[in-house]
Design a protein around this ligand. Structure first.
Ligand SMILES: Cc1cc2nc3c(=O)[nH]c(=O)nc-3n(C[C@H](O)[C@H](O)[C@H](O)COP(=O)(O)OP(=O)(O)OC[C@H]3O[C@@H](n4cnc5c(N)ncnc54)[C@H](O)[C@@H]3O)c2cc1C
Length: 433
């Protein structure tokens, strides 16, 4: 049964022994002594192809190492219970830590989806054995997790999953394909939504499993994007045997787990479980890059360019303030969990707008550039990829559906497959999750 982010964090809060001010001081001292300050705007841009595979693997190894250092210093898993290797502290401690780590290297590749949604889902729905086995390993940086939700035939319609799990004795045999997993080629474990019952409506025949990624039945293929980035992956799952002890939640009740799973995904900006710099935006796009682009394009003095920079800054401030308000509202139960979709919607639209403004400011260098062009280089590729921030984590269109139906209480979108056995639903029909 779900404990909810609020109650999980609340339970953790009760165990707190260190004040936020003391914790902040301890974190600040440790971070400055142990972590590298970031170069200005390091990591800017949309899923850029700026590392070789060797460099990517080295970066993953460094982030695992940082996560382990954080664990040894008593600074990892801040809101996870102590019994599972966390610090048992509160969301305020996590927020203070995020402020202190801003401007320094941090284990970004390990945060989403490993800490949230995956570890958050394990914490809510895992058995004590599953939590003991995986949460400490995650908090120490020993396990990196992927979420196996999207399939070639269903992304928005998550409940339309075709990946199938069939019971065989104490095991399940899984077959199917998952797609759009960022970094699966260097990851360890996956949280997987699969169909266990075709004779009931689609939401009632799903079950969640966990599985190691590196095993003979899982073929991970990388997908090259138009800018050369090859971090997206597709997995082909063939006769993968999963013990029933690696099932999360009840058989055919995967949608209960899935609903919270997607909540944690939409809550990324406010999650008490992730370590990200203050003001972090999904997709890594914020308005500071506009000043750099304007400077390197020689357009910093143009009134129109200054207007765009101002607009970008306003979007950043509104996003931060909105995310803070939603985070507090959901934790205090003044706002329904589904309000997380409001933050997800705004973050997607704002990031896309800022990326478009950077391209606008870059002028002709947005179409053709060289590495010497500084911040202007790659603005064109970023523009072509700008919509990823409106797609990853569930599309902004689906966020609008959630807001209208679940937050504002408007009538539900008609769906032809809601009351039919899933096996009778024509494939490619009007799915709606
Ligand atoms: C950066 C990034 C990271 C990602 N990471 C992961 C990951 O780790 N794991 C994972 O499983 N997936 C991941 N995804 C996949 C992502 O969740 C899906 O791409 C997304 O949910 C959309 O699904 P789809 O691509 O199948 O598009 P579709 O569902 O086919 O949608 C196509 C278009 O139709 C719209 N649409 C569909 N249904 C409706 C409706 N009912 N009402 C209104 N509009 C609708 C959509 O909004 C979209 O514009 C990632 C994607 C990106 C871009």
């Amino acid at each position: 049964m779900s404990t909810g982010t609020g109650s999980a964090a609340g339970a953790a809060n009760a165990e707190a022994t260190e004040s936020v001010a003391d914790f902040r001081r301890r974190a600040r001292t440790w971070i400055r002594a142990n972590l590298r300050p970031l170069e200005h705007n390091e990591g800017a841009g949309v899923m850029r192809a700026d590392t070789t595979d060797e460099e990517e693997l080295a970066a993953v190894a460094r982030e695992r190492q940082i996560q382990r250092m954080l664990f040894d210093a008593g600074l990892a898993g801040i809101c996870f219970p102590r019994e599972y290797g966390g610090q048992g502290l509160s969301p305020e401690h996590q927020r203070a830590f995020n402020e202190e780590i801003t401007g320094f290297e941090y284990p970004g590749r390990l945060q989403a989806p490993t800490f949230s949604p995956c570890a958050a889902v394990l914490l809510e729905f895992g058995t004590p054995e599953q939590k003991e086995r995986h949460l400490p390993a995650i908090i120490k940086g020993e396990e990196i997790w992927m979420q196996f939700l999207s399939e070639p035939s269903s992304g928005s319609d998550v409940a339309g999953a075709l990946t199938t799990a069939v019971r065989e004795g104490d095991d399940w045999i899984l077959n199917g394909s998952k797609i759009w997993t960022t970094g699966a080629w260097w990851s360890d474990w996956a949280l997987c939504l699969a169909r266990t019952n075709w004779d009931v409506p689609k939401h009632r025949g799903l079950t969640v499993f966990i599985m190691p990624l590196r095993q003979p039945g899982i073929d991970v293929q990388r997908i090259e994007m138009l800018n050369g980035n090859k971090e997206f992956c597709q997995e082909f799952i063939t006769d993968v045997r999963v013990p029933d002890t690696d099932r999360i939640g009840d058989v055919d009740n995967g949608w209960t787990v899935g609903t919270r799973w997607m909540f944690h995904e939409r809550m990324l900006h406010n999650s008490p479980f992730v370590t990200v710099p203050a003001g972090w935006s999904y997709g890594g796009v914020d308005a500071t890059v506009l000043v750099d682009v304007a400077r390197d394009a020689g357009r910093l003095d143009e009134p129109r360019v200054r207007d765009l920079i101002g607009e970008g800054r306003v979007l950043d401030l509104v996003r931060e303030s909105l995310q803070g308000r939603i985070g507090r509202g959901v934790v205090s139960r003044r706002m329904p969990d589904q309000s997380a979709a409001i933050g997800r919607l705004f973050a997607g639209i704002a990031s896309t707008r800022v990326t478009s403004m950077a391209y606008d400011i870059a002028g002709s260098a947005g179409a053709a550039w060289s590495a010497e062009d500084g911040a202007v280089a790659e603005c064109g590729n970023d523009f072509l990829l700008r919509q990823t921030t409106c797609i990853g984590g569930g599309t902004t269109e689906m966020a609008r559906n959630v807001i209208s139906e679940r937050v504002l209480g408007m009538p539900r979108e008609p769906a032809l497959d809601r009351d039919r056995a899933f096996r009778d639903v024509p494939r490619g029909g009007s799915g709606r999750s």
